[in-house]
Design a protein around this ligand. Structure first.
Ligand code: TTP
Ligand code: MG
Ligand code: MG
Length: 440
């Protein structure tokens, strides 16, 4: 792969996208060399577990991330199924991000296993962009015993597409001159922000490839998608992507979600679950000293379709009661009317510490909640007890409010946006049409 593209013109291609190959699975294989060359699947245990990562040997048989474990077992019963070890992946992630940082200070991590690098300022020291990509791949391999793939291009969007095409263990340069030849034959969902629903809308308009979107009248896209999404898709379809590599903390969020072992219809169970999740998220925010302004919910239905809604509050909060009130309101407006498989609550747009506008902006009641929750935090720290809201304890026998997901009938996943599978799933789910309440 690498040799074939070595001669390509990399002038002006100063954006690199680096993504680890089959990351979780590769970390497992690294410490169990006897698994090399075998189909390895991380995750997917339990009646409801989904695959986190599959080695390329498992993928040859159709096993994919986010696939139910049972389906993966049917496709490849011989595969080695392993439970995730997030600490090991976080450690490997830190190490490879450190290698990137040695090349340029302009590193923007996107998830646990990938980052954009702006190498314009590193050319003098390290040589051409392709030489830098080779240097990074060699260091990751030599020091971490892991492989990664690198896309080299003039924009973030093209670099990310290029790294995906280069997988596994490859490098691909897409120069500005070749960008449209590379981009236009791809299906519409190659465009950043196009999820299932937007792809459906585009298909109904007869737009199947990126070229179709590029040639479509902007007015038609606007009518179908709204002004902002139409403008973004049209620009991306012409390989125009002004986003710069940003080292400011990528918008951080904290969330928790619960997968029910049996799909739930009962609104009261959903309400209590949202309250428990909001309580967990509030505790985590206060512990980290963060507040956030945007509350988001995620709802997965029996058929696996995922809906999300969010609302931005006037002031940042770390108060579970406010998070819950917003989450419950969002849920009622969403009104899925179907059996629910999973619900999640997330607070986004986190900032350090307290929001200074809070005292003026909020009345007595909210302060009461805040003080009560802080008192509960203090009691929990002192006595090691979980102090749950009374309405949680009432009739909530089936629900273990635990961040370890040890309850018999539910599993709870808690995570920060910068690390862990939570965020990856959220990225994949992002779809402008699924989320009309999201502020642009
Ligand atoms: P990815 O980079 O999307 O996948 P990958 O590294 O396993 O494979 P690829 O070679 O195609 O890049 O995600 C990085 C890790 O994030 C992945 O190893 C496990 C985790 N993850 C999940 O837990 N759930 C998911 O649905 C996805 C897509 C990833
Ligand atoms: Mg990867
Ligand atoms: Mg990745």
């Amino acid at each position: 792969m690498e040799r074939a593209h070595q001669e390509q013109d990399d002038c002006g291609c100063t954006i690199l996208h680096v993504d680890m190959d089959a990351f979780f699975a590769s970390v497992e294989v690294r410490r169990r060399p006897e698994l090399r060359g075998r189909p390895v699947v991380v995750g997917g245990a339990g009646p409801r577990g989904v695959v986190s990562s599959a080695s390329y040997e498992a993928r040859a048989h159709g096993v994919r991330s986010a696939m139910p474990g049972a389906q993966a077992r049917r496709l490849r019963p011989q595969a080695v199924f392993l439970p995730p070890d997030m600490a090991a992946y976080a450690e490997a992630s830190r190490a490879v991000m450190g290698i990137f940082a040695d090349v340029t200070p302009l590193v923007e991590p996107l998830s646990v296993d990938e980052a954009f690098l702006d190498v314009a300022g590193a050319l003098r020291l390290f040589g051409r962009p392709t030489a830098i990509a080779r240097h990074i791949r060699a260091r990751v391999s030599a020091e971490q015993g892991l492989t990664c793939s690198v896309g080299v291009a003039a924009t973030k969007f093209m670099a990310k597409l290029a790294s995906t095409r280069a997988k596994p263990d490859g490098m691909l340069v897409v120069s500005a001159e070749n960008a449209l030849d590379f981009l236009h034959p791809l299906p519409v969902d190659a465009l950043w922000g196009v999820g299932d629903r937007t792809a459906d809308v585009l298909r109904r308009l007869g737009l199947r490839t990126v070229a179709d979107v590029a040639e479509a009248p902007l007015g038609m896209l606007r009518q179908a998608l709204g002004d902002a999404a139409a403008a973004q898709l049209h620009a991306l379809a012409w390989a125009r992507d002004p986003r710069r590599v940003s080292t400011e903390r990528v918008e951080k969020s904290t969330g928790a979600e619960t997968t029910f072992d049996v799909d739930v219809m009962d609104e009261d169970v959903i309400r209590r679950t949202l309250l428990a999740l909001a309580t967990t998220v509030g505790e985590r925010l206060r512990k980290a000293g963060h507040t956030g302004r945007t509350v988001a919910i995620k709802v997965r239905l029996t058929d696996f379709s995922t809906l999300s809604r969010s609302r931005t509050l006037p002031t940042a909060t770390d108060v579970a009661r406010e998070i819950f009130d917003t989450a419950w309101h969002l849920y009622q407006v969403l009104n899925p009317g179907e059996r629910i498989r999973l619900v999640g609550v997330r607070v986004e747009g986190l900032v350090e510490g307290d929001d200074t506008g809070r005292q003026l902006a909020l009345g007595e009641r909210e302060h009461g909640w805040r003080d009560a929750e802080r008192a509960a935090d203090a009691a929990a720290a002192r006595f090691g007890a979980v102090v749950a809201p009374a309405s949680l304890l009432r009739g909530a026998g089936s629900m273990n409010h635990s961040t370890n997901g040890s309850a018999a009938d539910i599993s709870t996943l808690v995570g920060d946006s910068n690390l862990g599978p939570d965020r990856v799933v959220a990225e994949r789910d992002f779809d402008p049409l699924s989320d009309p309440l999201r502020p642009s």
